[in-house]
Each structure stands twice: as structure tokens, then as C-alpha cells.
Design a protein around this ligand. Structure first.
Ligand SMILES: [Zn+2]
Length: 552
């Protein structure tokens, strides 16, 4: 069998693994590339296989960086089914049309700009129709059942503990009368995520493909994350401020709701929180909460106990869901302290941007991050300490308290990943490390080698491996190997340039906000000299690249 890593290879998003075995071709996940504009451009590249040739798509979970290009597959000719768990199907039924809506809106916006400048109009990556076609082909499978796809391939979905419906997928491939078992971990959760069951320990595999988002990091707050969060919320409310919690609509928001519910049940603590309205301001989060309610059979024991005792884990007295845009706008009409949980989790789209615009400049407000913030996002800039940010073309000064509690992440940290690895009684002969930033992957890889004696590979995008019972061989065709390397380097360069662009924005803000003239003439002159040097370097780089382009 052969595996080619087309996405989330030396990166976090765009999960897409192509498996060839005998006459069968299948994909594990087909997600969107997310983050900086250079990364997002990869969504528009030609697919590296013909979707019409694919027999099956196996989907680990509903997150868009794993599922978001499935509508594109159908648009490009895929005719088969998408196998996933029942909750994943339910979540994708709302998330993929939502993703299509965003694609259509973004394209509309770009086209308006292009029209004014006389440019050619673009078409969206896919439309609502493509998304609807896709979700009609989703077929739900039971956790823990072996499903025979054909004479060559069998699969089994196991709890991954990451979000509702998430699964690690075991794939058995029978070739030349020998069976090879490969496990694709998908995204792995923590061992104590509320509502969601713990990851299932798979005890044997010939090959393991594992995520590494927190491959070499510990969550700063573990057992005390809720206390840390409610302490911050209480302090803010006491100061008559509002708390904004940017939250992924699916998973994190429901975890937050359950967290609030549990605190409210503790009679003598955080009394002020019980009297404060908690808004869930995201239509997608509201629909996702409905999907959660329809899949209580896969909840963990604690959440099930709530249900048995007659309490709905996803509801409490001061919780207010706001679906329409008007309801959302009303939230900011008064200055009363409140708690607003809104999407997107990384603040680069959605209603959260309005709430930030209304509250970031207020000293008594808090923005509380409870999830991973990718490079290039507004959320990341805030966490990194930006003094001011641009929202809808306005520059907003950051006076609010910015806090990050990473213990809520849906991803297990290095201790959780080690625990998962220790669950393998028969160790895999090779571990492929995907879905992580480079630093995390290298640290994780070293640990797997030193602590567990495992042999590891961090695949490049587009790299192919031939896996047999005896060995694993890099079988990427030679021209492809060079090509993907070059492509990858080019993307790296684009990302670096994008970063400089953001930094120049920060510089502009610092200088234009220096209204008190705190920099003296000598300091200004020194800055001018330093900046001129940088400018000259950039000019010579532009000249060099232009010359190369002209020659070709
Ligand atoms: Zn995920």
C-alpha cells in the first residue's frame, strides 16, 4: 500500500491523506487549509489526484480543516460516500453549508473590489449546492464496528476524544495475502474533556499516522483551568466589565456551556456569574449545540449523569442564545456587564469581530482566549500583545485585559500523546508525524525516538511512502519530490513576507499612536536610519526577483 501526505504535512491545516492499495483508492480527511492568505491559496491549487478515481472518503471528524474540501471533491467529480460517525455527519450537515456560505461571501467581496479595478471575477472554491450534494453522500458508521469496504480494505472508527463524533481510524489492507494495519489518529483529545469520552486506546498497528499540535508542549492550565477562567470572569464582572470569549462554534462552545452549568450548580461560589447574562452569539454554535443534544449516547459518564438527574448539561438559567443579526447587535447597546461567547475562535471572521470592536478599548473588559490561535490571525496578534489592532478598517486600541487559558484546547498535550502511544502494546514499526508546527513535530519526534525507541518520519507535503509488512520506503516520484520541496519553500517565503507585513502594520500603529511624543529626535533619527536599511534590502530583493522573472 502507498500513503501520500497531501495536507497537514509540516503544517496544521488541510488534512488530506491519500491511500492506494491494490485497486482501492481512499482518502482520510479532505480539509481546508486555514490561516494566512498564503496558506489559504493552497485550497485553490489543482487537487493532486482525480477525485473521480477515489473509492471512499473516511472522515475522522467534522472540523473544517479535516472536512472543508469535501464539497470540492464532489464538485470535481467524486461520486462515492463519506464514511464517518453519526455525530460527525450531523455536524457536517451544518458546518459544510456554513463553510460554503463563507466561500461565496468572500468571493463576492473580492469580486466587487475586482470589478472596480477592472479585474477578472473569481468563482468560489465551492457553492452551497456543492456542500448540499456532499452532505447527502455522508454515511454514518458505528464506533467500534469493523466495516468491510471491499475484499481489500476494512476499517474501524474509535473514539478520539477530540470533539463530538471524532474518531481515530484503523485501516486493514490486505495485499498479496498479507494484512497491514495503519492507524490514522485524526485529532486526539485530552483525557478529561468535558462531555466527550476519553480517547480509546488502540493496542496495535503496523503504522501510525499521528497528530502533533501539542506534540512538545504542556497545557499550562490542566486541572485548574476552570477555576482560572472563572476567577478572571469574576474579577472582570466585579469591575463592571464585559468578558468576551472567542470560541470555536463546535466543541469549545458546548464545553464552555457545560462548564458554566457546573459552576452554577456549586451553590456558594461565583455568585456574580449566576446573575450575569451569558450570551451564545453564533448561529453555528446554536445549531451545533442541537446536534450535541441529538447525540447524547456518545457523551461521557459525567454528562450522562446530568441528563439522568434531569438537568440538561447544555442549558442553564442565565444562558441566552442569539441567532439573528439584530439580536446580536442589541447585546452591545447597553454597558451592563455580560459574558459573550462568540465565533470565530481565532477572531478572523464572524460576529466576534463586532464584540471586539465594541469592547477592546475598554479597560475594565477582558478578552479570554480558550483555544489555539494560529499564526496570522487577529486572535494571535492579541495574544502576542498587540497594542492596537485593525478591525473593519478601524484602528482599535487594546486596553482590555487579554488572557489565554490553553487548557481548554481540544487537543491532548505532550503528556496525553505519550499516554496514547503507551496504549500500543504492539508498537508501530513507523510513526508518521503530521498536523503540527515544525517545532512541535521535531520535539515530538525526538521524544518518540528517545523515550519509546520508535522510528519516526515527518513527511513533506506530497511525499509518498510504500508501506509493506517488512519496510517503509519513500516512493515519491523524483520530479514530484523536488517540485513539492520548492513549492513548500515558496509558501514558507510567502508566510515570512506576510509576517513582515503585519509587523510593519504594528510599527505604523506604534508611531502614529505616539501622540505624547515620547520618542525624542535622536530616537526618531535612529529609527529612520534602521528603517532605511531595511527598505534598501527589500528593494534589492525585489530587483533580484524581477530580474529572475524577466529572464524566464
Ligand atoms: Zn480538530
Amino acid at each position: 500500500m502507498k500513503v501520500t501526505f497531501h495536507g497537514a504535512a509540516k503544517g496544521v491545516t488541510g488534512s488530506n491523506h491519500y491511500v492506494e492499495a491494490g485497486n482501492t483508492r481512499l482518502l482520510v480527511d479532505c480539509g481546508l487549509f486555514q490561516g494566512s492568505s498564503a496558506t489559504k491559496k493552497r485550497n485553490f491549487e489543482e487537487l493532486p489526484y482525480n477525485p473521480a478515481d477515489i473509492d471512499f472518503v473516511l472522515l475522522t471528524h467534522a472540523h473544517i480543516d479535516h472536512s472543508g474540501r469535501i464539497p470540492l471533491l464532489y464538485k470535481k467529480g467524486y461520486k462515492g460516500e463519506v464514511l464517518c460517525t453519526k455525530p460527525t455527519k450531523g455536524l457536517c450537515e451544518i458546518m459544510l453549508p456554513d463553510s460554503a456560505y463563507i466561500q461565496e461571501k468572500e468571493t463576492e467581496y473580492k469580486n466587487r473590489k475586482r470589478k472596480r479595478s477592472g479585474g477578472k471575477s473569481l468563482s468560489p472554491l465551492y457553492t452551497m449546492d456543492d456542500a448540499q450534494t456532499a452532505v447527502r453522500h455522508f454515511k454514518s458508521v458505528q464506533y467500534d464496528n469493523i466495516i468491510k469496504l471491499n475484499g481489500e480494505v476494512s476499517v474501524r472508527f474509535r473514539e478520539a476524544g477530540h470533539i463530538l463524533g471524532s474518531a481515530a481510524i484503523e485501516i486493514w489492507i490486505n495485499e498479496n495475502n498479507k494484512t497491514i494495519k495503519t492507524v490514522f489518529s485524526g485529532d486526539l483529545g485530552k483525557f478529561d474533556t468535558p462531555i466527550i469520552r476519553d480517547p480509546f486506546f488502540i493496542d496495535e498497528a503496523d503504522y501510525l499516522v499521528i497528530e502533533s499540535t501539542y506534540g512538545n508542549r504542556l497545557h499550562e492550565y490542566k486541572s485548574n483551568r476552570e477555576k482560572a477562567m472563572f476567577d478572571i470572569i469574576e474579577e472582570t464582572l466585579m469591575n463592571k466589565g464585559t468578558v468576551i470569549i472567542p470560541s470555536f462554534a463546535v466543541g469549545r462552545t458546548q464545553e464552555m456551556i457545560f462548564g458554566f452549568n457546573r459552576q452554577i450548580d456549586l451553590k456558594n461560589r461565583y455568585k456574580i456569574i449566576k446573575r450575569t447574562p451569558v450570551y451564545i452569539d453564533s448561529p453555528l454554535a446554536i445549531s451545533a449545540t442541537e446536534v450535541f443534544k441529538n447525540n447524547e449516547e456518545v457523551f461521557d459518564d459525567e454528562a450522562k449523569e446530568y441528563i439522568f438527574s434531569g438537568d440538561n448539561p447544555l442549558d442553564f438559567e442565565n444562558l441566552i442564545y442569539t441567532r439573528t443579526a439584530d439580536e446580536s447587535k442589541e447585546i452591545n447597546l447597553n454597558n451592563d456587564p455580560k459574558i459573550i461567547i462568540s465565533a470565530s475562535g481565532m477572531c478572523d471572521a464572524g460576529r466576534i469581530k463586532h464584540h471586539l470592536k465594541h469592547n477592546l478599548w475598554k479597560r475594565n473588559c477582558t478578552v479570554l482566549f480558550v483555544g489555539y490561535q494560529a499564526e496570522g490571525t487577529l486572535g494571535r496578534r492579541l495574544v502576542d500583545g498587540a497594542k492596537s489592532v485593525k478591525i473593519f478598517k478601524d484602528t482599535i486600541k487594546v486596553n482590555a485585559r487579554i488572557e489565554m487559558i490553553d487548557g481548554f484546547s481540544g487537543h491532548g498535550d505532550k503528556e496525553d500523546l505519550d499516554k496514547y502511544i503507551e496504549g500500543f502494546k504492539t508498537k508501530p514499526q513507523k510513526v508518521f508525524i503530521v498536523h503540527g508546527e515544525e517545532e512541535q513535530q521535531i520535539g515530538f519526534s525526538k521524544r518518540l525516538k528517545n523515550k519509546y525507541g520508535l522510528s519516526t518520519i515527518i513527511p513533506d507535503p506530497g511525499q509518498t511512502f510504500e508501506l509493506s509488512c517488512a519496510e517503509c520506503v519513500d516512493s515519491t516520484p523524483e520530479p514530484n519530490r523536488e517540485l513539492t520541496k520548492q513549492k513548500f519553500k515558496r509558501l514558507e517565503l510567502l508566510n515570512m513576507i506576510k509576517k513582515v507585513k503585519d509587523e510593519i502594520d504594528d510599527l505604523t500603529d506604534i508611531i502614529s499612536n505616539d501622540t505624547l511624543n515620547s520618542m525624542n529626535d535622536t530616537e526618531i533619527n535612529k529609527s529612520i536610519v534602521t528603517y532605511s536599511g531595511i527598505e534598501n534590502e527589500i528593494y534589492s530583493l525585489i530587483e533580484l526577483l524581477e530580474n529572475i522573472n524577466e529572464k524566464n
